[in-house]
Design a protein around this ligand. Sequence first.
Ligand code: FAD
Length: 486
Amino acid sequence: MYLWKTDVVIIGGGSVGCAIARELSRFQLKSVLVEKNEDVCALTGKANSAIIHTGFDAPVGSLEAKLVVAARRMYDQLAQELDFPYQVVGALLVAVTKEQWQLLPELQRKALRNGVFDVHLLGRERVLAIEPELSDQVYGGLAIPRESIVSPYEMAIAMAENAIANGVKFFLGTRVTGIETTGGTVQAVSTTRGKIKTSWVINAAGMYCDEVAQMVGECDFTITPRRGEFFIMDKEAPYKLRHIILPVPTRISKGILISPTVSGNLLVGPTAEDIEDKSDTRVTVAGLAQVMTGAQKLLPALSSAHTITQYAGLRPVRHPEGYTVEASRQNRGYIGISGVRSTGVTSAPAVAAYVRDLAEEVGLKLIPRSNFNPLRRQLKPFASMTYQERAAAIKVDPHWGHVVCRCEHVTEAEVLRAIHSPLGARSLDAIKRRTRAGMGRCQGGFCGVRIPFILARELGIPVEAVTKKGPGSEILVGPIRGEMMR
Ligand SMILES: Cc1cc2nc3c(=O)[nH]c(=O)nc-3n(C[C@H](O)[C@H](O)[C@H](O)COP(=O)(O)OP(=O)(O)OC[C@H]3O[C@@H](n4cnc5c(N)ncnc54)[C@H](O)[C@@H]3O)c2cc1C
Protein backbone atom coordinates (compact mmCIF):
# COMPACT_ATOMS: atom_id res chain seq x y z
CA MET A 1 0.00 0.00 0.00
CA TYR A 2 1.52 3.30 -1.07
CA LEU A 3 1.12 6.70 0.58
CA TRP A 4 1.31 8.24 -2.90
CA LYS A 5 2.14 7.35 -6.50
CA THR A 6 4.10 9.79 -8.61
CA ASP A 7 6.63 10.15 -11.42
CA VAL A 8 9.28 12.19 -9.57
CA VAL A 9 10.21 12.59 -5.91
CA ILE A 10 12.34 15.61 -4.97
CA ILE A 11 14.07 15.13 -1.61
CA GLY A 12 14.60 18.43 0.21
CA GLY A 13 12.65 21.68 0.27
CA GLY A 14 15.52 24.16 0.39
CA SER A 15 16.16 26.78 -2.30
CA VAL A 16 17.29 24.10 -4.75
CA GLY A 17 14.45 21.61 -4.13
CA CYS A 18 11.78 24.32 -4.38
CA ALA A 19 13.29 25.61 -7.64
CA ILE A 20 13.27 22.08 -9.09
CA ALA A 21 9.66 21.57 -8.00
CA ARG A 22 8.64 24.72 -9.83
CA GLU A 23 10.68 23.86 -12.92
CA LEU A 24 9.16 20.38 -13.22
CA SER A 25 5.67 21.78 -12.74
CA ARG A 26 5.95 23.18 -16.28
CA PHE A 27 5.57 19.64 -17.64
CA GLN A 28 2.95 16.91 -17.81
CA LEU A 29 4.39 15.03 -14.85
CA LYS A 30 3.36 14.08 -11.35
CA SER A 31 5.93 15.45 -8.89
CA VAL A 32 6.20 15.26 -5.13
CA LEU A 33 8.55 17.18 -2.83
CA VAL A 34 9.41 15.60 0.53
CA GLU A 35 10.85 17.82 3.27
CA LYS A 36 11.65 16.66 6.77
CA ASN A 37 11.05 20.05 8.41
CA GLU A 38 7.59 21.52 8.97
CA ASP A 39 8.29 24.21 6.38
CA VAL A 40 10.35 24.75 3.27
CA CYS A 41 13.60 26.69 3.46
CA ALA A 42 13.99 26.09 7.18
CA LEU A 43 17.72 25.22 7.09
CA THR A 44 20.55 26.83 5.08
CA GLY A 45 18.11 28.62 2.83
CA LYS A 46 17.01 30.89 5.66
CA ALA A 47 20.44 31.57 7.21
CA ASN A 48 22.80 33.05 4.64
CA SER A 49 23.97 36.40 3.26
CA ALA A 50 20.89 36.77 1.02
CA ILE A 51 22.91 37.92 -1.99
CA ILE A 52 22.14 37.07 -5.59
CA HIS A 53 25.66 36.78 -6.92
CA THR A 54 26.79 37.64 -10.43
CA GLY A 55 29.42 34.89 -10.35
CA PHE A 56 32.28 37.39 -10.78
CA ASP A 57 34.49 35.52 -8.30
CA ALA A 58 33.35 31.92 -8.91
CA PRO A 59 36.01 29.32 -9.78
CA VAL A 60 36.66 29.90 -13.49
CA GLY A 61 35.40 27.11 -15.75
CA SER A 62 33.51 25.37 -12.93
CA LEU A 63 29.91 24.16 -12.99
CA GLU A 64 29.32 26.64 -10.15
CA ALA A 65 30.47 29.57 -12.32
CA LYS A 66 28.32 28.39 -15.21
CA LEU A 67 25.18 28.00 -13.07
CA VAL A 68 25.60 31.16 -10.97
CA VAL A 69 26.19 33.32 -14.06
CA ALA A 70 23.22 31.71 -15.82
CA ALA A 71 20.98 32.08 -12.77
CA ARG A 72 21.77 35.77 -12.28
CA ARG A 73 20.28 36.46 -15.70
CA MET A 74 17.01 34.80 -14.67
CA TYR A 75 16.26 36.93 -11.63
CA ASP A 76 14.58 40.00 -13.09
CA GLN A 77 11.94 37.81 -14.72
CA LEU A 78 11.72 35.35 -11.81
CA ALA A 79 11.12 38.07 -9.21
CA GLN A 80 8.48 39.62 -11.44
CA GLU A 81 6.68 36.33 -12.02
CA LEU A 82 6.79 35.20 -8.40
CA ASP A 83 6.55 38.54 -6.59
CA PHE A 84 9.31 38.08 -3.99
CA PRO A 85 11.51 40.84 -2.52
CA TYR A 86 14.61 41.38 -4.70
CA GLN A 87 16.66 44.53 -5.32
CA VAL A 88 19.58 45.20 -7.65
CA VAL A 89 21.70 47.32 -5.31
CA GLY A 90 25.19 46.56 -6.63
CA ALA A 91 28.31 45.73 -4.64
CA LEU A 92 31.57 47.44 -3.85
CA LEU A 93 34.50 45.15 -3.17
CA VAL A 94 36.73 47.27 -0.99
CA ALA A 95 40.51 47.07 -0.47
CA VAL A 96 41.72 48.46 2.86
CA THR A 97 45.40 47.54 2.50
CA LYS A 98 47.90 48.05 -0.28
CA GLU A 99 48.24 44.26 -0.71
CA GLN A 100 44.47 43.94 -1.17
CA TRP A 101 44.45 46.83 -3.65
CA GLN A 102 47.08 45.01 -5.70
CA LEU A 103 44.77 41.96 -5.92
CA LEU A 104 41.89 43.87 -7.53
CA PRO A 105 43.04 43.78 -11.18
CA GLU A 106 43.31 39.98 -10.94
CA LEU A 107 39.78 39.79 -9.51
CA GLN A 108 38.55 41.97 -12.35
CA ARG A 109 40.20 39.64 -14.89
CA LYS A 110 38.53 36.68 -13.14
CA ALA A 111 35.16 38.40 -13.51
CA LEU A 112 35.79 38.86 -17.24
CA ARG A 113 36.74 35.20 -17.61
CA ASN A 114 33.45 34.29 -15.90
CA GLY A 115 31.53 36.42 -18.39
CA VAL A 116 30.77 39.20 -15.90
CA PHE A 117 31.78 42.15 -18.04
CA ASP A 118 30.57 45.16 -16.06
CA VAL A 119 32.98 44.92 -13.10
CA HIS A 120 35.20 48.00 -12.94
CA LEU A 121 37.97 49.44 -10.80
CA LEU A 122 37.32 52.49 -8.64
CA GLY A 123 39.84 54.75 -6.95
CA ARG A 124 39.68 55.69 -3.28
CA GLU A 125 37.86 59.01 -3.87
CA ARG A 126 35.16 57.39 -5.97
CA VAL A 127 34.56 54.61 -3.41
CA LEU A 128 34.24 57.15 -0.59
CA ALA A 129 31.99 59.37 -2.69
CA ILE A 130 29.64 56.41 -3.25
CA GLU A 131 29.71 55.19 0.37
CA PRO A 132 31.03 58.05 2.56
CA GLU A 133 30.78 56.10 5.82
CA LEU A 134 33.38 53.53 4.79
CA SER A 135 36.79 53.51 6.45
CA ASP A 136 39.21 56.25 5.41
CA GLN A 137 41.80 53.47 5.10
CA VAL A 138 40.19 52.53 1.77
CA TYR A 139 42.67 52.23 -1.11
CA GLY A 140 40.05 51.64 -3.78
CA GLY A 141 37.61 49.01 -4.90
CA LEU A 142 35.78 47.09 -7.56
CA ALA A 143 32.22 47.98 -8.52
CA ILE A 144 30.02 44.97 -9.31
CA PRO A 145 26.79 46.67 -10.39
CA ARG A 146 24.52 43.63 -10.71
CA GLU A 147 25.12 41.98 -7.32
CA SER A 148 21.65 41.97 -5.76
CA ILE A 149 19.79 41.22 -2.56
CA VAL A 150 16.80 38.97 -2.01
CA SER A 151 14.65 37.50 0.72
CA PRO A 152 15.86 33.91 0.31
CA TYR A 153 13.04 32.26 2.24
CA GLU A 154 10.33 34.33 0.56
CA MET A 155 11.84 33.34 -2.77
CA ALA A 156 11.73 29.63 -1.87
CA ILE A 157 8.19 29.95 -0.52
CA ALA A 158 7.15 31.73 -3.72
CA MET A 159 8.64 28.97 -5.89
CA ALA A 160 6.97 26.33 -3.72
CA GLU A 161 3.56 28.04 -3.80
CA ASN A 162 3.80 28.38 -7.57
CA ALA A 163 4.79 24.71 -7.90
CA ILE A 164 1.78 23.72 -5.78
CA ALA A 165 -0.52 25.90 -7.89
CA ASN A 166 0.80 23.97 -10.90
CA GLY A 167 0.13 20.57 -9.38
CA VAL A 168 3.19 19.55 -7.33
CA LYS A 169 2.39 17.78 -4.04
CA PHE A 170 4.43 18.78 -0.97
CA PHE A 171 4.89 16.44 2.01
CA LEU A 172 6.27 18.56 4.85
CA GLY A 173 7.39 17.17 8.20
CA THR A 174 8.22 13.96 6.34
CA ARG A 175 11.70 12.43 6.30
CA VAL A 176 12.99 10.18 3.54
CA THR A 177 14.41 7.05 5.17
CA GLY A 178 15.25 4.91 2.15
CA ILE A 179 15.21 4.56 -1.62
CA GLU A 180 14.15 1.26 -3.18
CA THR A 181 15.68 0.05 -6.41
CA THR A 182 15.15 -3.18 -8.31
CA GLY A 183 17.38 -4.35 -11.14
CA GLY A 184 19.17 -0.99 -11.16
CA THR A 185 15.99 1.07 -11.45
CA VAL A 186 14.37 3.37 -8.86
CA GLN A 187 11.04 1.97 -7.62
CA ALA A 188 10.01 3.84 -4.48
CA VAL A 189 11.00 6.15 -1.66
CA SER A 190 10.35 5.23 1.98
CA THR A 191 9.39 8.05 4.30
CA THR A 192 8.34 8.47 7.91
CA ARG A 193 4.73 8.67 6.62
CA GLY A 194 4.80 5.72 4.25
CA LYS A 195 6.11 4.63 0.89
CA ILE A 196 5.90 6.74 -2.28
CA LYS A 197 5.98 4.89 -5.59
CA THR A 198 8.15 6.68 -8.14
CA SER A 199 10.52 6.09 -11.05
CA TRP A 200 12.64 9.20 -10.46
CA VAL A 201 14.35 10.57 -7.37
CA ILE A 202 16.16 13.91 -7.20
CA ASN A 203 18.41 14.29 -4.19
CA ALA A 204 18.36 17.98 -3.18
CA ALA A 205 19.01 17.31 0.50
CA GLY A 206 21.79 19.92 0.90
CA MET A 207 23.79 19.21 4.05
CA TYR A 208 22.37 15.67 4.13
CA CYS A 209 22.76 14.80 0.45
CA ASP A 210 25.57 12.36 1.29
CA GLU A 211 23.27 10.44 3.64
CA VAL A 212 20.55 10.31 0.98
CA ALA A 213 23.10 9.22 -1.65
CA GLN A 214 24.05 6.33 0.63
CA MET A 215 20.43 5.13 0.40
CA VAL A 216 21.15 4.11 -3.20
CA GLY A 217 24.67 2.99 -2.34
CA GLU A 218 26.21 5.82 -4.35
CA CYS A 219 28.29 8.01 -2.17
CA ASP A 220 31.90 8.71 -3.09
CA PHE A 221 31.91 12.01 -1.22
CA THR A 222 31.18 13.43 2.23
CA ILE A 223 29.59 16.66 3.39
CA THR A 224 30.80 18.61 6.41
CA PRO A 225 29.40 21.83 7.85
CA ARG A 226 31.17 25.19 7.68
CA ARG A 227 29.45 27.60 10.04
CA GLY A 228 28.88 31.26 9.26
CA GLU A 229 27.72 33.66 11.97
CA PHE A 230 25.92 36.95 11.37
CA PHE A 231 24.57 40.08 13.03
CA ILE A 232 21.38 41.84 11.95
CA MET A 233 21.46 45.53 12.79
CA ASP A 234 18.58 47.74 13.86
CA LYS A 235 16.92 49.72 11.07
CA GLU A 236 17.57 52.83 13.18
CA ALA A 237 21.35 52.22 13.47
CA PRO A 238 23.11 55.55 12.87
CA TYR A 239 24.86 54.48 9.65
CA LYS A 240 23.50 53.55 6.27
CA LEU A 241 24.89 51.71 3.28
CA ARG A 242 23.27 51.57 -0.13
CA HIS A 243 25.51 48.87 -1.58
CA ILE A 244 26.72 45.43 -0.57
CA ILE A 245 30.21 45.99 0.84
CA LEU A 246 32.47 43.03 0.15
CA PRO A 247 35.97 42.51 1.50
CA VAL A 248 38.70 41.09 -0.69
CA PRO A 249 37.93 37.32 -0.55
CA THR A 250 40.17 34.69 1.00
CA ARG A 251 40.81 31.16 -0.27
CA ILE A 252 38.07 29.55 1.88
CA SER A 253 35.46 32.26 2.12
CA LYS A 254 34.09 35.38 0.55
CA GLY A 255 34.98 37.08 3.84
CA ILE A 256 32.98 39.25 6.22
CA LEU A 257 30.63 41.51 4.30
CA ILE A 258 28.08 44.16 5.16
CA SER A 259 24.90 44.24 3.15
CA PRO A 260 21.59 46.04 3.18
CA THR A 261 18.66 43.62 3.39
CA VAL A 262 15.44 43.87 1.41
CA SER A 263 13.69 44.87 4.63
CA GLY A 264 15.94 47.82 5.45
CA ASN A 265 18.33 46.37 8.04
CA LEU A 266 22.06 45.80 7.64
CA LEU A 267 23.35 42.24 7.69
CA VAL A 268 26.95 41.68 8.83
CA GLY A 269 28.93 38.43 8.50
CA PRO A 270 29.67 35.57 8.02
CA THR A 271 32.51 33.69 9.66
CA ALA A 272 33.79 30.48 8.08
CA GLU A 273 34.43 27.83 10.72
CA ASP A 274 34.66 24.13 9.94
CA ILE A 275 32.73 22.16 12.57
CA GLU A 276 31.53 18.57 12.96
CA ASP A 277 27.87 18.70 13.99
CA LYS A 278 25.57 19.19 10.99
CA SER A 279 22.95 20.78 13.22
CA ASP A 280 25.09 23.15 15.29
CA THR A 281 23.72 26.55 14.31
CA ARG A 282 24.69 28.25 17.55
CA VAL A 283 26.33 31.64 17.47
CA THR A 284 29.47 32.01 19.58
CA VAL A 285 31.14 34.86 21.43
CA ALA A 286 34.35 34.32 19.45
CA GLY A 287 32.56 34.11 16.10
CA LEU A 288 30.54 37.26 16.64
CA ALA A 289 33.62 39.14 17.85
CA GLN A 290 35.41 38.09 14.67
CA VAL A 291 32.48 39.35 12.57
CA MET A 292 32.41 42.71 14.32
CA THR A 293 36.18 43.25 14.16
CA GLY A 294 36.31 42.23 10.50
CA ALA A 295 33.39 44.42 9.48
CA GLN A 296 34.62 47.46 11.41
CA LYS A 297 37.68 47.49 9.12
CA LEU A 298 35.21 48.43 6.37
CA LEU A 299 32.66 50.45 8.37
CA PRO A 300 34.28 51.81 11.56
CA ALA A 301 31.02 53.18 13.02
CA LEU A 302 29.52 49.69 13.15
CA SER A 303 28.77 48.63 16.72
CA SER A 304 27.30 45.53 18.32
CA ALA A 305 25.22 47.92 20.44
CA HIS A 306 22.97 48.33 17.38
CA THR A 307 22.30 44.65 16.74
CA ILE A 308 18.78 43.26 17.09
CA THR A 309 19.63 39.59 16.54
CA GLN A 310 22.34 37.14 15.50
CA TYR A 311 22.16 33.84 13.63
CA ALA A 312 24.33 31.19 12.06
CA GLY A 313 24.02 29.09 8.92
CA LEU A 314 25.94 26.01 7.81
CA ARG A 315 27.53 25.73 4.38
CA PRO A 316 27.51 22.13 3.14
CA VAL A 317 31.16 21.60 2.17
CA ARG A 318 31.67 18.70 -0.23
CA HIS A 319 34.81 16.56 -0.09
CA PRO A 320 36.06 16.57 -2.81
CA GLU A 321 34.82 20.14 -3.37
CA GLY A 322 32.68 21.50 -6.17
CA TYR A 323 29.15 21.63 -7.53
CA THR A 324 28.16 18.17 -8.75
CA VAL A 325 24.89 17.34 -10.52
CA GLU A 326 24.85 13.80 -11.87
CA ALA A 327 22.46 11.15 -13.11
CA SER A 328 23.34 7.73 -11.75
CA ARG A 329 24.70 5.05 -14.07
CA GLN A 330 23.98 2.23 -11.60
CA ASN A 331 20.49 3.29 -10.54
CA ARG A 332 18.36 4.51 -13.40
CA GLY A 333 16.11 7.33 -12.23
CA TYR A 334 18.39 8.73 -9.52
CA ILE A 335 19.84 12.24 -9.85
CA GLY A 336 22.15 13.59 -7.16
CA ILE A 337 23.00 17.21 -6.40
CA SER A 338 25.90 17.97 -4.06
CA GLY A 339 28.49 20.62 -3.29
CA VAL A 340 26.08 23.56 -3.65
CA ARG A 341 27.93 25.33 -0.87
CA SER A 342 28.02 29.13 -0.80
CA THR A 343 25.98 30.23 -3.79
CA GLY A 344 22.91 27.98 -3.76
CA VAL A 345 20.31 30.68 -3.22
CA THR A 346 21.53 32.35 -6.40
CA SER A 347 22.08 29.25 -8.48
CA ALA A 348 18.85 27.43 -7.52
CA PRO A 349 16.85 28.29 -10.68
CA ALA A 350 19.80 27.41 -12.93
CA VAL A 351 20.44 24.16 -11.02
CA ALA A 352 16.75 23.37 -11.59
CA ALA A 353 17.07 23.99 -15.34
CA TYR A 354 20.25 21.88 -15.42
CA VAL A 355 18.48 19.01 -13.60
CA ARG A 356 15.56 19.29 -16.03
CA ASP A 357 17.86 18.94 -19.06
CA LEU A 358 19.87 16.15 -17.47
CA ALA A 359 16.73 14.20 -16.55
CA GLU A 360 15.41 14.54 -20.08
CA GLU A 361 18.75 13.40 -21.49
CA VAL A 362 18.61 10.20 -19.43
CA GLY A 363 15.01 9.38 -20.24
CA LEU A 364 12.48 11.50 -18.33
CA LYS A 365 9.75 12.43 -20.78
CA LEU A 366 9.04 16.16 -20.59
CA ILE A 367 5.94 17.38 -22.37
CA PRO A 368 5.12 21.03 -21.61
CA ARG A 369 1.77 21.71 -19.95
CA SER A 370 -0.29 24.22 -21.86
CA ASN A 371 -1.88 25.48 -18.65
CA PHE A 372 1.33 26.16 -16.68
CA ASN A 373 0.85 29.44 -14.82
CA PRO A 374 4.20 31.11 -14.03
CA LEU A 375 2.62 33.81 -11.88
CA ARG A 376 2.23 33.95 -8.13
CA ARG A 377 1.09 37.03 -6.26
CA GLN A 378 1.80 38.09 -2.69
CA LEU A 379 -0.47 40.33 -0.61
CA LYS A 380 0.82 43.87 -0.41
CA PRO A 381 2.15 44.16 3.17
CA PHE A 382 0.25 46.51 5.47
CA ALA A 383 3.61 48.12 6.28
CA SER A 384 4.02 49.36 2.71
CA MET A 385 0.40 50.43 2.10
CA THR A 386 -0.61 54.08 1.94
CA TYR A 387 -3.11 55.33 4.55
CA GLN A 388 -5.83 55.21 1.89
CA GLU A 389 -4.97 51.62 1.00
CA ARG A 390 -5.00 50.67 4.68
CA ALA A 391 -8.41 52.25 5.23
CA ALA A 392 -9.81 50.47 2.16
CA ALA A 393 -8.37 47.11 3.25
CA ILE A 394 -9.79 47.44 6.78
CA LYS A 395 -13.21 48.29 5.38
CA VAL A 396 -13.26 45.03 3.41
CA ASP A 397 -11.70 42.89 6.17
CA PRO A 398 -11.33 44.22 9.75
CA HIS A 399 -8.41 41.81 10.37
CA TRP A 400 -6.29 44.40 8.50
CA GLY A 401 -6.96 46.75 11.40
CA HIS A 402 -5.52 44.39 14.00
CA VAL A 403 -1.75 44.89 14.21
CA VAL A 404 -0.15 41.81 15.76
CA CYS A 405 3.52 42.76 15.24
CA ARG A 406 4.17 46.34 16.23
CA CYS A 407 7.80 46.53 15.06
CA GLU A 408 7.14 45.38 11.49
CA HIS A 409 3.48 46.51 11.37
CA VAL A 410 2.10 43.09 10.51
CA THR A 411 -1.65 42.61 10.77
CA GLU A 412 -3.81 39.61 11.59
CA ALA A 413 -5.01 39.57 7.96
CA GLU A 414 -1.45 38.80 6.82
CA VAL A 415 -1.04 36.10 9.46
CA LEU A 416 -4.31 34.52 8.31
CA ARG A 417 -3.13 34.60 4.70
CA ALA A 418 0.10 32.87 5.76
CA ILE A 419 -1.82 30.13 7.56
CA HIS A 420 -4.37 29.55 4.79
CA SER A 421 -2.05 29.91 1.77
CA PRO A 422 -1.32 26.89 -0.46
CA LEU A 423 1.78 26.13 1.65
CA GLY A 424 0.14 27.03 4.94
CA ALA A 425 2.34 28.15 7.84
CA ARG A 426 2.11 25.77 10.79
CA SER A 427 4.60 27.31 13.24
CA LEU A 428 5.70 30.66 14.58
CA ASP A 429 8.84 30.63 12.42
CA ALA A 430 6.84 29.78 9.31
CA ILE A 431 4.59 32.80 10.01
CA LYS A 432 7.71 34.91 10.55
CA ARG A 433 9.22 33.93 7.19
CA ARG A 434 5.98 34.80 5.38
CA THR A 435 5.04 38.03 7.15
CA ARG A 436 8.13 39.34 9.06
CA ALA A 437 6.16 39.17 12.33
CA GLY A 438 8.87 38.70 14.97
CA MET A 439 11.75 39.98 12.85
CA GLY A 440 11.73 43.54 14.19
CA ARG A 441 13.38 45.31 17.05
CA CYS A 442 11.62 43.43 19.86
CA GLN A 443 12.25 40.04 18.15
CA GLY A 444 8.82 38.62 18.91
CA GLY A 445 8.37 40.01 22.43
CA PHE A 446 4.96 41.41 21.41
CA CYS A 447 3.71 39.16 18.59
CA GLY A 448 5.24 36.00 20.05
CA VAL A 449 2.47 35.83 22.64
CA ARG A 450 -0.35 36.68 20.20
CA ILE A 451 0.35 34.63 17.10
CA PRO A 452 0.31 31.22 18.87
CA PHE A 453 -3.35 31.86 19.78
CA ILE A 454 -4.21 32.76 16.18
CA LEU A 455 -2.44 29.61 14.95
CA ALA A 456 -4.26 27.48 17.54
CA ARG A 457 -7.65 28.96 16.63
CA GLU A 458 -7.15 28.61 12.87
CA LEU A 459 -5.65 25.11 13.00
CA GLY A 460 -8.12 23.86 15.61
CA ILE A 461 -5.38 22.71 17.98
CA PRO A 462 -4.64 23.50 21.65
CA VAL A 463 -2.30 26.46 22.03
CA GLU A 464 0.13 24.22 23.92
CA ALA A 465 0.56 22.26 20.66
CA VAL A 466 1.71 25.33 18.69
CA THR A 467 5.45 25.19 17.99
CA LYS A 468 8.24 27.58 17.11
CA LYS A 469 9.59 25.32 14.34
CA GLY A 470 7.97 21.89 14.49
CA PRO A 471 7.67 19.10 17.07
CA GLY A 472 9.90 19.54 20.10
CA SER A 473 9.78 23.34 20.03
CA GLU A 474 6.41 23.90 21.72
CA ILE A 475 6.10 27.46 23.01
CA LEU A 476 3.57 27.36 25.84
CA VAL A 477 3.51 24.53 28.34
CA GLY A 478 0.56 25.62 30.51
CA PRO A 479 -0.89 28.42 32.62
CA ILE A 480 1.24 29.81 35.45
CA ARG A 481 -1.82 31.26 37.17
CA GLY A 482 -5.47 30.46 36.51
CA GLU A 483 -6.70 30.31 32.92
CA MET A 484 -4.49 30.51 29.84
CA MET A 485 -4.83 34.03 28.37
CA ARG A 486 -6.99 34.11 25.20
C1 FAD B 1 26.92 31.57 5.95
C2 FAD B 1 26.32 31.35 4.61
C3 FAD B 1 26.21 32.40 3.70
C4 FAD B 1 25.68 32.17 2.42
N1 FAD B 1 25.44 33.23 1.59
C5 FAD B 1 24.87 33.02 0.38
C6 FAD B 1 24.54 34.11 -0.47
O1 FAD B 1 24.69 35.28 -0.13
N2 FAD B 1 24.03 33.83 -1.70
C7 FAD B 1 23.83 32.57 -2.13
O2 FAD B 1 23.43 32.39 -3.27
N3 FAD B 1 24.07 31.51 -1.32
C8 FAD B 1 24.57 31.70 -0.07
N4 FAD B 1 24.82 30.65 0.76
C9 FAD B 1 24.59 29.30 0.29
C10 FAD B 1 23.14 28.92 0.30
O3 FAD B 1 22.53 29.29 1.51
C11 FAD B 1 23.05 27.42 0.10
O4 FAD B 1 23.84 27.05 -1.01
C12 FAD B 1 21.62 27.02 -0.18
O5 FAD B 1 20.78 27.47 0.85
C13 FAD B 1 21.55 25.52 -0.30
O6 FAD B 1 20.21 25.18 -0.59
P1 FAD B 1 19.82 23.66 -0.72
O7 FAD B 1 18.42 23.62 -1.17
O8 FAD B 1 20.85 22.95 -1.53
O9 FAD B 1 20.01 23.07 0.75
P2 FAD B 1 19.14 23.25 2.07
O10 FAD B 1 18.62 24.61 2.21
O11 FAD B 1 19.97 22.71 3.18
O12 FAD B 1 17.91 22.29 1.81
C14 FAD B 1 17.99 20.90 1.88
C15 FAD B 1 16.71 20.41 2.49
O13 FAD B 1 16.71 18.99 2.47
C16 FAD B 1 16.01 18.55 3.62
N5 FAD B 1 16.38 17.16 3.88
C17 FAD B 1 17.61 16.67 4.17
N6 FAD B 1 17.55 15.34 4.35
C18 FAD B 1 16.25 14.98 4.16
C19 FAD B 1 15.56 13.75 4.22
N7 FAD B 1 16.18 12.59 4.51
N8 FAD B 1 14.22 13.74 3.99
C20 FAD B 1 13.56 14.90 3.70
N9 FAD B 1 14.18 16.10 3.64
C21 FAD B 1 15.50 16.14 3.86
C22 FAD B 1 16.49 19.50 4.70
O14 FAD B 1 15.61 19.53 5.80
C23 FAD B 1 16.56 20.81 3.95
O15 FAD B 1 15.39 21.57 4.10
C24 FAD B 1 25.30 30.86 2.05
C25 FAD B 1 25.37 29.82 2.98
C26 FAD B 1 25.84 30.08 4.26
C27 FAD B 1 25.81 28.98 5.27
